[in-house]
Design a protein around this ligand. Structure first.
Ligand SMILES: NC(=O)c1ccc[n+]([C@@H]2O[C@H](COP(=O)([O-])OP(=O)(O)OC[C@H]3O[C@@H](n4cnc5c(N)ncnc54)[C@H](OP(=O)(O)O)[C@@H]3O)[C@@H](O)[C@H]2O)c1
Length: 287
Protein backbone atom coordinates (compact mmCIF):
# COMPACT_ATOMS: atom_id res chain seq x y z
CA UNK A 1 0.00 0.00 0.00
CA UNK A 2 1.11 3.55 -0.73
CA UNK A 3 2.36 5.42 2.35
CA UNK A 4 1.85 9.17 2.05
CA UNK A 5 3.32 11.69 4.48
CA UNK A 6 1.41 14.99 4.67
CA UNK A 7 3.22 18.00 6.13
CA UNK A 8 1.18 21.00 7.25
CA UNK A 9 -1.54 18.47 8.10
CA UNK A 10 -3.17 20.83 10.62
CA UNK A 11 -3.12 23.74 8.16
CA UNK A 12 -5.54 24.93 5.48
CA UNK A 13 -4.51 22.78 2.53
CA UNK A 14 -2.87 19.87 4.39
CA UNK A 15 -5.99 19.24 6.48
CA UNK A 16 -8.08 18.97 3.32
CA UNK A 17 -5.48 16.69 1.70
CA UNK A 18 -5.67 14.36 4.72
CA UNK A 19 -9.47 14.41 4.59
CA UNK A 20 -9.59 13.51 0.89
CA UNK A 21 -6.89 10.83 1.19
CA UNK A 22 -8.93 8.92 3.78
CA UNK A 23 -11.18 7.75 0.88
CA UNK A 24 -8.21 6.44 -1.10
CA UNK A 25 -6.26 3.20 -1.03
CA UNK A 26 -3.26 4.44 0.94
CA UNK A 27 -2.06 4.96 4.49
CA UNK A 28 -1.75 8.56 5.64
CA UNK A 29 1.03 9.76 7.88
CA UNK A 30 0.16 13.20 9.24
CA UNK A 31 3.48 14.95 9.92
CA UNK A 32 2.81 17.32 12.80
CA UNK A 33 4.71 19.07 15.55
CA UNK A 34 2.35 17.82 18.25
CA UNK A 35 0.80 14.41 17.41
CA UNK A 36 -1.53 14.28 20.43
CA UNK A 37 -2.98 17.73 19.78
CA UNK A 38 -3.32 16.99 16.06
CA UNK A 39 -5.14 13.72 16.73
CA UNK A 40 -7.65 15.59 18.89
CA UNK A 41 -8.17 18.25 16.22
CA UNK A 42 -8.27 16.04 13.12
CA UNK A 43 -9.77 12.88 14.62
CA UNK A 44 -8.59 9.34 15.22
CA UNK A 45 -8.78 6.93 12.29
CA UNK A 46 -7.19 3.59 11.41
CA UNK A 47 -6.13 5.19 8.12
CA UNK A 48 -4.11 7.99 9.76
CA UNK A 49 -0.93 7.73 11.81
CA UNK A 50 0.25 10.89 13.54
CA UNK A 51 4.03 11.28 13.50
CA UNK A 52 6.14 13.97 15.06
CA UNK A 53 7.81 16.16 12.45
CA UNK A 54 9.39 19.58 12.72
CA UNK A 55 11.35 21.18 9.86
CA UNK A 56 13.58 22.83 12.44
CA UNK A 57 14.30 19.61 14.37
CA UNK A 58 16.26 17.07 12.25
CA UNK A 59 15.96 14.42 14.96
CA UNK A 60 12.29 14.00 13.88
CA UNK A 61 13.14 13.23 10.21
CA UNK A 62 14.26 9.57 10.21
CA UNK A 63 11.16 8.26 11.94
CA UNK A 64 8.81 10.50 9.93
CA UNK A 65 10.23 9.45 6.54
CA UNK A 66 10.52 5.72 7.34
CA UNK A 67 8.66 3.61 4.71
CA UNK A 68 7.17 6.68 3.08
CA UNK A 69 6.64 6.54 -0.70
CA UNK A 70 5.25 10.02 -1.30
CA UNK A 71 5.38 13.37 0.46
CA UNK A 72 2.93 16.28 0.34
CA UNK A 73 5.10 19.24 1.21
CA UNK A 74 3.79 22.52 2.65
CA UNK A 75 6.25 25.29 3.50
CA UNK A 76 5.12 26.78 6.81
CA UNK A 77 4.65 30.51 6.20
CA UNK A 78 7.05 31.36 9.05
CA UNK A 79 9.95 29.48 7.42
CA UNK A 80 11.16 31.77 4.64
CA UNK A 81 14.77 30.68 4.43
CA UNK A 82 15.71 27.66 2.29
CA UNK A 83 18.19 26.69 5.01
CA UNK A 84 15.20 25.88 7.26
CA UNK A 85 13.63 23.51 4.71
CA UNK A 86 16.71 21.98 3.02
CA UNK A 87 17.65 19.48 5.80
CA UNK A 88 14.21 17.85 5.58
CA UNK A 89 14.50 17.63 1.79
CA UNK A 90 17.90 15.98 2.12
CA UNK A 91 16.46 13.50 4.62
CA UNK A 92 13.60 12.75 2.20
CA UNK A 93 16.15 12.01 -0.52
CA UNK A 94 18.14 9.75 1.85
CA UNK A 95 14.96 7.89 2.78
CA UNK A 96 14.30 7.15 -0.91
CA UNK A 97 11.03 9.09 -1.21
CA UNK A 98 9.70 8.59 -4.75
CA UNK A 99 7.80 11.83 -5.21
CA UNK A 100 7.28 15.17 -3.50
CA UNK A 101 4.10 17.06 -4.32
CA UNK A 102 4.99 20.61 -3.28
CA UNK A 103 2.47 23.36 -2.59
CA UNK A 104 4.23 26.19 -4.39
CA UNK A 105 3.01 29.60 -5.48
CA UNK A 106 1.97 31.07 -8.80
CA UNK A 107 4.96 32.60 -10.60
CA UNK A 108 7.61 30.60 -8.68
CA UNK A 109 9.24 29.70 -12.00
CA UNK A 110 9.87 33.41 -12.74
CA UNK A 111 10.17 35.05 -9.34
CA UNK A 112 13.36 33.57 -7.93
CA UNK A 113 13.15 35.58 -4.69
CA UNK A 114 10.14 33.78 -3.23
CA UNK A 115 11.01 30.89 -0.88
CA UNK A 116 8.94 28.49 -3.02
CA UNK A 117 11.21 29.10 -6.01
CA UNK A 118 14.26 28.21 -3.94
CA UNK A 119 12.55 25.07 -2.63
CA UNK A 120 11.58 23.99 -6.16
CA UNK A 121 15.17 24.42 -7.32
CA UNK A 122 16.53 22.56 -4.28
CA UNK A 123 14.21 19.61 -4.94
CA UNK A 124 15.30 19.54 -8.59
CA UNK A 125 18.94 19.70 -7.56
CA UNK A 126 18.43 16.66 -5.30
CA UNK A 127 16.81 14.87 -8.26
CA UNK A 128 13.76 13.77 -6.30
CA UNK A 129 10.70 13.11 -8.47
CA UNK A 130 8.43 16.09 -7.94
CA UNK A 131 5.19 17.79 -8.84
CA UNK A 132 4.94 21.51 -8.22
CA UNK A 133 1.46 22.89 -7.58
CA UNK A 134 1.86 26.64 -8.13
CA UNK A 135 -1.28 27.94 -6.50
CA UNK A 136 -2.88 31.35 -6.81
CA UNK A 137 -4.43 33.40 -3.99
CA UNK A 138 -6.56 31.20 -1.71
CA UNK A 139 -10.25 32.12 -1.32
CA UNK A 140 -9.88 30.87 2.25
CA UNK A 141 -7.69 33.90 3.10
CA UNK A 142 -11.07 35.62 3.41
CA UNK A 143 -12.24 33.37 6.28
CA UNK A 144 -8.85 33.32 8.02
CA UNK A 145 -6.65 36.43 7.65
CA UNK A 146 -9.59 38.73 6.76
CA UNK A 147 -12.30 37.05 8.86
CA UNK A 148 -12.71 39.75 11.50
CA UNK A 149 -12.79 42.65 9.02
CA UNK A 150 -15.62 41.03 7.11
CA UNK A 151 -17.52 39.67 10.10
CA UNK A 152 -17.38 42.60 12.51
CA UNK A 153 -16.78 45.63 10.26
CA UNK A 154 -18.48 44.48 7.05
CA UNK A 155 -15.34 45.46 5.26
CA UNK A 156 -12.86 44.01 2.77
CA UNK A 157 -9.72 45.83 3.86
CA UNK A 158 -6.81 45.24 1.49
CA UNK A 159 -4.76 47.68 -0.63
CA UNK A 160 -5.44 45.91 -3.93
CA UNK A 161 -6.86 48.85 -5.92
CA UNK A 162 -8.85 47.80 -8.94
CA UNK A 163 -6.64 44.78 -9.58
CA UNK A 164 -8.17 41.40 -10.30
CA UNK A 165 -7.34 38.11 -8.58
CA UNK A 166 -7.93 34.61 -9.98
CA UNK A 167 -8.87 33.21 -6.55
CA UNK A 168 -8.69 29.45 -6.00
CA UNK A 169 -10.49 27.37 -3.37
CA UNK A 170 -8.13 25.24 -1.27
CA UNK A 171 -10.53 22.31 -1.68
CA UNK A 172 -9.68 22.34 -5.39
CA UNK A 173 -5.95 22.53 -4.65
CA UNK A 174 -6.28 19.53 -2.32
CA UNK A 175 -8.26 17.57 -4.92
CA UNK A 176 -5.52 18.22 -7.49
CA UNK A 177 -2.89 17.23 -4.92
CA UNK A 178 -4.62 13.88 -4.36
CA UNK A 179 -4.64 13.12 -8.07
CA UNK A 180 -0.99 14.03 -8.50
CA UNK A 181 -0.02 11.93 -5.47
CA UNK A 182 -1.89 8.85 -6.71
CA UNK A 183 -1.01 8.98 -10.42
CA UNK A 184 2.67 8.67 -11.33
CA UNK A 185 2.28 10.50 -14.64
CA UNK A 186 2.44 13.83 -12.77
CA UNK A 187 6.02 13.30 -11.62
CA UNK A 188 8.36 16.01 -12.94
CA UNK A 189 5.49 18.30 -13.89
CA UNK A 190 4.48 21.75 -12.65
CA UNK A 191 0.94 23.09 -12.70
CA UNK A 192 -0.25 26.64 -12.19
CA UNK A 193 -3.54 26.38 -10.30
CA UNK A 194 -6.03 29.24 -10.47
CA UNK A 195 -9.78 29.59 -10.39
CA UNK A 196 -11.78 30.11 -13.58
CA UNK A 197 -12.60 33.81 -13.04
CA UNK A 198 -10.56 36.88 -12.11
CA UNK A 199 -12.40 39.33 -9.86
CA UNK A 200 -11.70 42.72 -8.32
CA UNK A 201 -12.35 43.05 -4.59
CA UNK A 202 -15.29 45.33 -5.53
CA UNK A 203 -16.82 42.31 -7.30
CA UNK A 204 -15.97 40.06 -4.35
CA UNK A 205 -17.72 42.53 -2.00
CA UNK A 206 -20.82 42.41 -4.22
CA UNK A 207 -20.90 38.59 -4.00
CA UNK A 208 -20.53 38.72 -0.19
CA UNK A 209 -23.28 41.33 0.08
CA UNK A 210 -25.67 39.25 -2.00
CA UNK A 211 -24.95 35.86 -0.42
CA UNK A 212 -24.73 37.02 3.22
CA UNK A 213 -27.62 39.42 2.72
CA UNK A 214 -25.75 42.17 4.56
CA UNK A 215 -23.63 45.01 3.20
CA UNK A 216 -19.96 44.20 2.74
CA UNK A 217 -17.85 47.04 1.35
CA UNK A 218 -14.41 46.99 -0.28
CA UNK A 219 -12.74 50.07 1.19
CA UNK A 220 -9.54 49.89 -0.90
CA UNK A 221 -7.17 51.54 1.62
CA UNK A 222 -3.89 53.09 0.54
CA UNK A 223 -0.80 50.96 1.13
CA UNK A 224 0.35 53.21 3.98
CA UNK A 225 -3.06 53.18 5.67
CA UNK A 226 -3.09 49.36 5.39
CA UNK A 227 0.38 49.00 6.92
CA UNK A 228 -0.36 51.43 9.78
CA UNK A 229 -3.69 49.75 10.55
CA UNK A 230 -2.09 46.29 10.61
CA UNK A 231 0.69 47.64 12.87
CA UNK A 232 -1.93 49.09 15.21
CA UNK A 233 -3.48 45.61 15.34
CA UNK A 234 -0.07 44.31 16.42
CA UNK A 235 0.39 41.90 13.51
CA UNK A 236 4.02 40.81 12.98
CA UNK A 237 5.89 43.15 10.63
CA UNK A 238 7.05 40.30 8.32
CA UNK A 239 3.47 39.17 7.83
CA UNK A 240 2.33 42.74 7.10
CA UNK A 241 5.09 43.20 4.53
CA UNK A 242 4.18 39.92 2.80
CA UNK A 243 0.53 41.00 2.61
CA UNK A 244 1.59 44.43 1.34
CA UNK A 245 3.68 42.77 -1.39
CA UNK A 246 0.85 40.42 -2.39
CA UNK A 247 -1.73 43.20 -2.65
CA UNK A 248 0.69 45.48 -4.50
CA UNK A 249 1.14 42.69 -7.05
CA UNK A 250 -2.64 42.53 -7.34
CA UNK A 251 -2.95 46.31 -7.65
CA UNK A 252 -0.47 46.17 -10.55
CA UNK A 253 -2.70 43.67 -12.34
CA UNK A 254 -0.30 40.74 -11.92
CA UNK A 255 -2.63 38.37 -10.04
CA UNK A 256 -5.29 37.91 -12.69
CA UNK A 257 -3.82 35.11 -14.79
CA UNK A 258 -6.28 32.26 -15.40
CA UNK A 259 -4.98 28.85 -16.43
CA UNK A 260 -6.98 25.81 -17.63
CA UNK A 261 -4.92 23.42 -15.50
CA UNK A 262 -7.16 23.21 -12.43
CA UNK A 263 -10.16 22.30 -14.57
CA UNK A 264 -8.14 19.79 -16.61
CA UNK A 265 -6.86 18.06 -13.47
CA UNK A 266 -10.25 18.07 -11.71
CA UNK A 267 -12.32 17.10 -14.78
CA UNK A 268 -14.78 19.78 -13.67
CA UNK A 269 -14.79 23.57 -13.40
CA UNK A 270 -13.07 24.99 -10.32
CA UNK A 271 -15.25 26.23 -7.45
CA UNK A 272 -16.28 29.86 -7.89
CA UNK A 273 -16.17 32.73 -5.39
CA UNK A 274 -19.95 32.47 -5.10
CA UNK A 275 -19.69 28.72 -4.30
CA UNK A 276 -17.06 29.49 -1.67
CA UNK A 277 -19.03 32.29 0.05
CA UNK A 278 -22.18 30.14 0.06
CA UNK A 279 -20.37 27.14 1.57
CA UNK A 280 -18.55 29.18 4.24
CA UNK A 281 -21.24 31.79 4.96
CA UNK A 282 -21.62 30.85 8.63
CA UNK A 283 -18.03 32.02 9.25
CA UNK A 284 -18.94 35.66 8.64
CA UNK A 285 -22.43 35.76 10.12
CA UNK A 286 -22.59 36.73 13.77
CA UNK A 287 -24.09 33.92 15.80
N1 LIG B 1 -2.49 31.92 1.26
C1 LIG B 1 -2.38 31.91 -0.06
O1 LIG B 1 -3.13 32.59 -0.77
C2 LIG B 1 -1.30 31.07 -0.70
C3 LIG B 1 -1.25 30.96 -2.09
C4 LIG B 1 -0.27 30.14 -2.68
C5 LIG B 1 0.65 29.47 -1.87
N2 LIG B 1 0.58 29.61 -0.52
C6 LIG B 1 1.56 28.88 0.31
O2 LIG B 1 0.90 27.87 1.03
C7 LIG B 1 1.66 27.57 2.21
C8 LIG B 1 0.76 27.62 3.43
O3 LIG B 1 -0.24 26.65 3.30
P1 LIG B 1 -1.46 26.58 4.32
O4 LIG B 1 -2.19 27.90 4.28
O5 LIG B 1 -2.19 25.33 4.05
O6 LIG B 1 -0.68 26.47 5.70
P2 LIG B 1 -1.14 27.03 7.13
O7 LIG B 1 -2.62 26.87 7.29
O8 LIG B 1 -0.51 28.34 7.34
O9 LIG B 1 -0.46 25.96 8.08
C9 LIG B 1 0.92 25.86 8.26
C10 LIG B 1 1.23 24.44 8.70
O10 LIG B 1 2.63 24.31 8.92
C11 LIG B 1 2.82 23.65 10.17
N3 LIG B 1 4.11 24.08 10.70
C12 LIG B 1 4.43 25.29 11.18
N4 LIG B 1 5.73 25.31 11.57
C13 LIG B 1 6.20 24.05 11.35
C14 LIG B 1 7.46 23.43 11.56
N5 LIG B 1 8.51 24.10 12.08
N6 LIG B 1 7.61 22.13 11.21
C15 LIG B 1 6.56 21.42 10.71
N7 LIG B 1 5.35 21.96 10.48
C16 LIG B 1 5.17 23.26 10.80
C17 LIG B 1 1.64 24.06 11.02
O11 LIG B 1 1.47 23.07 11.99
P3 LIG B 1 1.23 23.34 13.56
O12 LIG B 1 -0.13 22.80 13.83
O13 LIG B 1 2.30 22.54 14.21
O14 LIG B 1 1.37 24.83 13.79
C18 LIG B 1 0.52 24.05 9.99
O15 LIG B 1 0.00 22.76 9.81
C19 LIG B 1 2.75 28.65 2.31
O16 LIG B 1 3.98 28.14 1.84
C20 LIG B 1 2.20 29.74 1.40
O17 LIG B 1 3.22 30.56 0.90
C21 LIG B 1 -0.37 30.38 0.09
Amino acid sequence: MLNILVTGATGNVGKEVVRLLTDQDCHIYAAVRNPEQAKQRLGDSSKISYVEFDFTNPSTFINAFRQINKLFLVRPPALANIREIAPALEAAKQAGIEQIVFLSVVGAERNRIVPHSKIERYINQLEIGATFLRAGFFMQNLNTVHLEDIKTRGELFMPAGNGKTSFIDIRDIAAVAIRTLLENEHINKAYTLTGSEALTFYQVADIFTEVLNKPIKYTNPSLINFILTMRARKLPINFILIMAAIYTTTRLGLASQITPETEQLLNRPPLTMRDYVQHYQQCWLNS
